[in-house]
Write a protein that binds this ligand. Structure first.
Ligand code: IPM
Ligand code: MN
Length: 379
């Protein structure tokens, strides 16, 4: 029997509660599909930061780097640590350190779940967003400067990043803040390759998202690379779309989409909208994938500190992320088993949390999904 060693970072707020249910489902699937998991718990997050002053230590990175995948609950607690420190210092750090360039976010409305989109059903909302996860406006290049520094900064900006438009208008301002988006040809090529391959396994339709009508340099390169890589996949239908229009189509005709590839920031934004049309953040999982390295699986939602300890929030996103993780580790049958148990739980609708109109607890939903996994395994 295979034994997987999987590091797990429960994190802050409701993180530990949802992670417990994710583990429950994965363990239950292990009994049915024949594997064992040894969970290695790592205490990152707000408390760890307050106690030690560190976000992630080199040792922790080294430990995580020994594994193909790890599981993460949620990070950040604005009541304890200023917003941004843990988000950037832990979550983004992990994504960048392990070069998890693929952020895979399924948008799928399950039967039995209500969507706020009128007249749309489960067959209309079923696509993947592939969010580039290491570049764009997340690259961390930026600064703030006051008057004395302004012209010097602008000069540097012009030289270093060939900022072409005229920034002189800003030099009279008392303070400016700037953030530079960077995408690279290679970084774009690899995410496109992944997305085309995913589209080939589905309905062979890939839509690219950009704003190449305004940010012509950064997204011009993105679009060009999309077209270039597309020539290697002649069986995949393609289109490119401006991000503003994409948000409209998510609501108007989500059935248009099969696989979507998006730069980091637009991908961040449209996947929150995606989560809403599939029933809410409580149902939205994500995988941060590096096919050759260490990947991280997490629910898309945040740590919701005000719900901590109430055994109230929906664990389905985390359980679903667990299914993505087991799929990534090669346990395809187990992944299918977990997903079909989620589907059965939602279809039946008896055991559900408050966000879906029910009154069950986090742990009840996790136990119900685990029960269904085992029951389906016996049939
Ligand atoms: C997400 C989150 C993160 C992001 C934040 C918490 C840094 O919103 O995973 O979508 O912006 O990527
Ligand atoms: Mn987000």
């Amino acid at each position: 029997m295979t034994t997987y060693k999987i590091p797990v970072i429960p994190g802050d707020g409701i993180g530990p509660e949802v992670i417990a249910e994710g583990k429950k489902a994965i363990d239950a699937a292990g009994e049915v599909y024949g594997y064992d998991v040894e969970w290695l718990e790592l205490p990152l997050g707000a408390d760890h930061y307050l106690k030690t002053g560190e976000t992630v230590s080199e040792d922790t990175l080294k430990e995580l780097g020994r594994h193909r995948a790890f599981f993460l609950g949620a990070l950040g607690d604005e009541r304890k640590v200023k917003t941004g420190i843990l988000e950037k210092g832990v979550l983004l750090r992990l994504r960048f350190h392990f070069d998890q360039y693929i952020n895979l976010r399924p948008v799928k409305l399950m039967e039995g779940v209500e969507t706020p989109i009128k007249n749309k059903t489960a067959k209309d909302i079923d696509f993947f967003v592939v969010r580039e996860n290491t570049e764009d406006f997340y690259a961390g290049i930026g600064g703030r400067c006051t008057k004395g520094l302004t012209s010097q900064h602008l000069k540097l900006l012009r030289e270093a990043y060939s900022v072409k438009f005229d920034l002189d208008v800003l030099t009279d301002s008392d303070e400016i803040g700037y953030q530079i988006g960077v995408i690279s040809k290679e970084g774009t090529r690899r995410i496109m390759d992944y997305s085309f391959k995913l589209a080939q396994q589905r309905n062979k339709h890939l839509s690219s998202v950009d704003k190449a009508n305004v940010m012509t340099d950064i997204y011009g390169l993105w679009r060009e690379t999309f077209q270039e890589v597309g020539r290697n996949y002649p069986d995949v239908r393609t289109d490119f779309n401006f991000v503003d229009a994409v948000t409209m189509w998510f609501v108007k005709n989500p059935e248009f989409f099969d696989v979507i590839v998006a730069p980091n920031m637009f991908g961040d934004i449209i996947t929150d909208l995606g989560a809403m049309i599939q029933g809410g953040l409580g149902l939205a999982p994500g995988g941060n994938v590096n096919p050759e390295g260490t990947s991280m699986f997490e629910p898309m939602g945040g740590s919701a500190p005000k719900y901590k300890g109430l055994d109230k929030v929906n664990p389905i996103a985390t359980i679903w992320a667990g299914a993505l993780m087991m799929d990534h580790l090669g346990e395809k049958e187990a992944a299918k088993g977990i997903l079909s148990a989620i589907e059965a739980n939602l279809r039946e609708g008896r055991v559900r949390t408050y966000d879906l109109g029910g009154s069950s607890r986090t742990s009840d939903v996790g136990s119900d999904v685990a029960r269904i996994i085992k029951m389906q395994g016996r049939n």
